[in-house]
Structures are given as structure tokens and as C-alpha cells.
Design a protein around this ligand. Structure first.
Ligand code: EPU
Length: 283
């Protein structure tokens, strides 16, 4: 293979929370043909397969991950190709920050909300990532995926079932790219100004230490962070895992946190919020 294959590959440094053990087998396919080959072989042997995006919404167990972990972080997956009809085709490995920047440069408006989301397109599609009132699937026109049997498919937006932090079609499939539709064409400077507004808003309200973003989904129209804050849980700590004092829905790694400590803290926060407010938060 032209990509990378390794055994016992440490995963902690491939996640933003920086905890957890190694992948028994780790693969970085160079292109779609290689990915397809890997997926088919893994499928034929009945092994578990896990996709790793940029690792920003992920808690890797301390014992590591059995089976095969696949990451689309080779350069060949970071494509950004404007089409003649005004849309743009993007590879699953492109970071949202870069997508946001490239779109701004090209005068394509509608991607500004992606500015601060630490992930790549594939992960953002998988969980319909969102910020600042925008969701990934707001800008998706077509989704390119690979089934776990290794079959390539393209689905139109109206064939997809998406919701808050959810896309049904990707529960059992791998996002390999998407065709995105900008809201409108605008001046690059106007777009950059909007990106700056979002950036300062985020820097004021979210911690800078290693974290996995928000730990819980928001319940209904409320904010899990607001509830955790209200329950007096900010600063709560187990080992090096700590509920951020900046935003209650972030658990930060103070240096040498373990996965077990993070999980214990998640449980404690969940139980305490339930006890005080009756709301059961979902990770
Ligand atoms: N709030 C508090 N205390 C806190 C945190 C928040 O009182 O500790 C209050 C804020 O003052 C504000 C309200 O709660 O009035 C909402 O807070 P914020 O604007 O930070 O939004 P959020 O609902 O807590 C959501 C997303 C974030 C996204 C932000 C900004 C979820 C679970 N979280 O947070 O997404 O960045 O909006 O748009 O949907 C993520 O999903 O990982 C994530 C970070």
C-alpha cells in the first residue's frame, strides 16, 4: 500500500483530549481505491472497523481499540475543488478550518460557522457538527460514502435523514466526501469579518486546554453547559480531568488525564445534574 499500516499505533496524540491507548491495527489509506480495498478485507474477516477523523469528539479507552482503526489524514483526502455550477467538491480529510479559509478566499459565503470546529469534513458529516447556529448538513448538497461492505455511493441531500448531531446514513457507512453548496457569492473581506466575529465569540466562551468539545448533547433548547454551571460543577476534578471553569460542558485534560478519569467525571456530572434538575444528559 502507498498509505500507512501500523500495529499498536498510539491514538492519544491523534485526539484533541489526548487520552487513551493504542489501535491494534492502524491504517491511513492514500486514496479511495486503497480505502475500498481495506474496508473490503476488514469486512471479509469480520473485524471491527473504526474511523478516526481529527479526533476532536472522541474518547479512546485506556486499553486501546481492538480491530482496525482507519484515518483519512493523508494529503490526497484534503481536496477542495470548485465546480462549474458554483458548488464545491470536498474530500473527507479536509479540515473544517481550511475549508472555511479556502471558501472565504474564493468568495463562497455560508461556511463561516465552521471556523472554530476542530475536525475534518468526514467527522463533521458523521455527527452533523455545528456551531454558531449552523450545521454541517445546512451546506451539503450530496454525500459521497462507502458502505461497510466497500461499495461506493452518492446520496442527494433529500435522500438523507439528518438531525441534531446525527446522520442516519452514516451510522453504518464511511463519509469519503461531499458536494457543498455556498449560500451565496460575496466579497472575501466581508466573509473574513464574519469569521472574525465567530472566532472572538468562541475564544471568549470556550476553553483553550485540550478537550473533546462539548461532552453532552444539549437537551432540547437548553444548554447542557448552562445546566452544569447552574449545578455548581465547574472546576470539579478527578485526577487530571476537570470540568472547565470557562464552559461547563467541556472536560479538559490538565496534563495526564486517563480515559477512566474522564469517564468517571462524565458519570459524576451526569448524576449530579439529574439529581438537581431531573434532566438526563446524553454524552
Ligand atoms: N452557559 C452558562 N454557563 C456555561 C456555559 C454556557 O451559563 O458554563 C450559557 C451561556 O452563557 C449561554 C448559553 O448557556 O447563554 C449557551 O451557551 P453557548 O453559546 O456556549 O452554547 P452551548 O449551547 O453551550 C453549543 C454547542 C457548541 C457550540 C456552541 C456555540 C452543543 C452541545 N454545543 O454550545 O458545540 O460551539 O453552541 O455555537 O450543541 C460541540 O458540539 O462540541 C460544541 C462545542
Amino acid at each position: 500500500a502507498a498509505g500507512k499500516v501500523a500495529r499498536e499505533e498510539p491514538l492519544a496524540n491523534k485526539t484533541t483530549l489526548r487520552v487513551g491507548g493504542a489501535a491494534r491495527v492502524y491504517v491511513e489509506p492514500a486514496d479511495a481505491a486503497e480505502l475500498q480495498e481495506v474496508v473490503r478485507r476488514v469486512h471479509a474477516r469480520g473485524l471491527p472497523l473504526r474511523m478516526l477523523g481529527r479526533g476532536s469528539n472522541l474518547l479512546v479507552p485506556d486499553a486501546g481499540v481492538d480491530g482496525v482503526v482507519v484515518s483519512l489524514r493523508r494529503a490526497g483526502w484534503e481536496t477542495f475543488t470548485p465546480l462549474e455550477d458554483g458548488r464545491v467538491r470536498v474530500g473527507a480529510g479536509l479540515r473544517l478550518k481550511n475549508l472555511c479559509g479556502l471558501a472565504a478566499k474564493a468568495g463562497l459565503q455560508g461556511f463561516e460557522f465552521l471556523e472554530g470546529i476542530p475536525g475534518n469534513l468526514g467527522g463533521a458529516l458523521r455527527m452533523n457538527a455545528g456551531a454558531m447556529g449552523g450545521w454541517m448538513f445546512d451546506v451539503v448538497d450530496a454525500l459521497e460514502l462507502l458502505t461497510l461492505a466497500g461499495e461506493r455511493m452518492t446520496l442527494r441531500r433529500d435522500e438523507l435523514h439528518v438531525g441534531y448531531r446525527h446522520c442516519r446514513e452514516l451510522e453504518q457507512a464511511i463519509a469519503i466526501g461531499a458536494v457543498l453548496r455556498p449560500a451565496t457569492v460575496s466579497e472575501a473581506t466581508k466573509i473574513s469579518r464574519q469569521i472574525d466575529v465567530y472566532r472572538s465569540k468562541r475564544q471568549e466562551s470556550q476553553p483553550r486546554e485540550p478537550s473533546a468539545g462539548c461532552i453532552f448533547k444539549n437537551p432540547g433548547d437548553d444548554s447542557a453547559g448552562r445546566l452544569i454551571d447552574m449545578c455548581g460543577l465547574k472546576g470539579e476534578r478527578i485526577g487530571d480531568a476537570e470540568v472547565s471553569t470557562v464552559h461547563g460542558n467541556f472536560i479538559i485534560n490538565r496534563g495526564h488525564a486517563t480515559s477512566a478519569e474522564v469517564i468517571e467525571l462524565v458519570r459524576r456530572v451526569r448524576a449530579e445534574v439529574q439529581r438537581q434538575t431531573g434532566t438526563e444528559l446524553q454524552p
